[in-house]
Write a protein that binds this ligand. Structure first.
Ligand code: NAP
Length: 485
């Protein structure tokens, strides 16, 4: 059983962001159940989301909310509406980034009474998703009028801390296996970083088995044989997509909880959104937020109340009485309030069907505030890639650029279009767009940063073409630090 904590303990202050749409309804429902279970929490209400945007706060979260989160370090949050495709950035993403909540934890567990095509398979795993890096850095540029670029930034400490979080979570929940899932076969440097760093870090956890799985196969395996997974760890976008797929295996977003954790702040929230179609009608299912609150209770060390609430919910789902319309048998759905009353009535009863897990606190490595830097054993500069806008044919462009660098420190090695070499020609039929990469190599590798030569090269190119950006081709510790064409 979970370790009980002292009844004389003080209340823990938690920032409560009710959010948009059904947010206030599921928040109230969750708080009622927690209060009835005797959770010693003190709520500090805070605003974020649509109302903040309406007030002209472009981050979606006013300063008072940020102050409350910084003070309390623990947040229970309802869904926040995000403008799609235009306007302000997501307030969710902003909160995760401001407080460096680098880890997203999504338990995927078969729930009693919720029938899915996978019922009876014993699905019980956790998706640990890196939460602040990757394409979600949101660093994007139009390269030409019709070519967009998004920067995928993956860092070594970002990989190390997410894998350490996965390993710490495995130990806290008595799990045995960590599956690192990446697209390292294609993105060898960025996705490959999670594989390389992860495999290195996990050597320090001999009690845990670990494996690597290519992420597309992981998606396939989650559907074919989901019971094989224990903890999976992924970069941000892969984890975003696969954690929703995983939620679908056990009943969908309406019942899926999550935690966002960092060194100083942990924020617990349902996976679902604001469900505007049912907002204000008293129909919302608070299960996902309630299970998120159970994770919150475990985070603050109140294992006994967490288990009490979780069991009352499981008993309610098992018995199938007074469920909200989204999970009830057809025609038997009840309002949110009746569901809450049923869960409260079931407090103190234990589920006979769901195996009880022992939980301990997640022991996280604290990262120093200093800027992370690792100096490679050696550095060499072997050339530059210049990205430019041109509608010339590759053959004509190749001739022009070769002539342009004649007599300089550079030679033109190749030109590629969206990563595929188009000069010298390889005989394929690559579709050409007006955004090309020209690779120039130094005749001999350089130890300095060759600013003067690169500036001269750009001046020459700029006299005939629009160049967009330049990437240095470096070697760190004797290994190429750039991808081949
Ligand atoms: P959604 O709000 O999750 O709703 C999709 C549908 O799922 C709803 O229409 C409803 O289906 C059902 N549903 C979701 N949660 C439910 C619950 N607790 N109880 C009962 N039914 C539930 O997804 P969306 O429509 O794509 O997104 C709406 C807004 O939420 C968007 O502005 C989006 O940006 C935001 N959002 C926020 C978060 C977050 O804050 N973390 C996450 C996702 C989306 P029926 O209508 O068929 O009953």
């Amino acid at each position: 059983m979970d370790a009980a904590i002292s009844p004389t303990r003080t209340r823990t202050k938690v920032t409560a962001i009710a959010g948009d749409g059904i947010g206030p309804e599921v928040m109230k429902a969750t708080q009622q159940i927690l209060a009835a279970a005797g959770a010693r929490l003190e709520w500090e209400d805070a605003l974020a989301g649509a109302e903040a945007f309406r007030k002209g706060i472009s981050s979606g979260a006013p300063q008072e909310t940020l102050d409350s989160i910084a003070r309390n370090g623990v947040v229970l949050k309802g869904p926040l509406e995000t403008p799609v495709g235009h306007g302000e950035k997501s307030a969710n993403v902003t909160l995760r980034k401001i407080f460096e909540m680098y880890g997203n934890i999504r338990p995927v567990r078969e729930l009693p009474g919720i029938r899915t095509p996978f019922t009876g398979r014993g699905i019980d795993f956790v998706v640990v998703r890196e939460n602040v890096e990757d394409l979600y850095a949101g660093v994007e540029y139009m390269q030409s009028a019709g070519v967009a670029q998004s920067l995928k930034l993956i860092t070594e400490p970002g990989c190390e801390r997410i894998v350490r979080l996965a390993a710490a979570l495995a130990r806290a929940e008595g799990r045995k296996k960590v599956t690192i899932s990446t697209k390292a076969n294609i993105m060898k440097l960025s996705e490959g970083m999670l594989k390389r760093v992860g495999e290195q870090v996990l050597k320090e956890y001999p009690d845990l088995q670990h494996e690597h799985m290519i992420v597309d196969n992981c998606a396939h395996q989650m559907v074919i044989r989901p019971e094989q997974f224990d903890i999976t760890v992924m970069t941000n976008m892969n984890g975003d997509i696969l954690s929703d797929l995983a939620a679908g295996l056990v009943g969908g977003l309406g019942v899926a909880p999550s935690a966002n954790v960092g060194d100083r702040v942990a924020m617990f929230e349902a996976v679902h959104g604001s469900a505007p179609q049912i907002a204000g009608k008293g129909l919302a299912n608070p299960t996902a937020l309630l299970l998120s609150a159970v994770m919150l209770l475990r985070h603050i060390g109140d294992f006994a109340t967490a288990s009490k609430v979780e069991n009352a919910l499981y008993v309610t789902l098992e018995e199938g009485k007074d469920l909200t319309g989204d999970i009830a048998a057809p025609g038997t759905g009840v309002p949110t309030g009746a569901f809450v009353a049923r869960v409260i009535a079931n407090l103190g009863r234990d589920s006979a069907k769901v195996p009880q897990r022992e939980y301990r606190r997640i022991e996280l490595k604290q990262w120093p505030a200093a800027t992370w830097h690792r100096e490679p054993a050696s550095r060499e500069l072997v050339g530059v890639d210049v990205f430019l806008e041109s509608s010339e044919s590759p053959a004509a462009l190749g001739r022009m650029l070769s002539d342009m660098v004649a007599g300089t420190a550079f030679t033109l090695e190749m030109i590629s279009s969206r990563g595929a070499q188009v000069w010298p020609e390889l005989g394929g039929n690559t579709f050409l767009v007006d955004h090309l990469r020209a690779r120039f190599l130094f005749q001999a590798p350089r130890q300095d940063d060759a600013t003067a030569e690169i500036t001269e090269l750009l001046t020459r190119i700029g006299s005939r073409h629009r160049w967009m950006h330049v990437e240095k081709l470096q070697r760190f510790g004797g290994a190429d630090a750039y991808s081949k064409a």
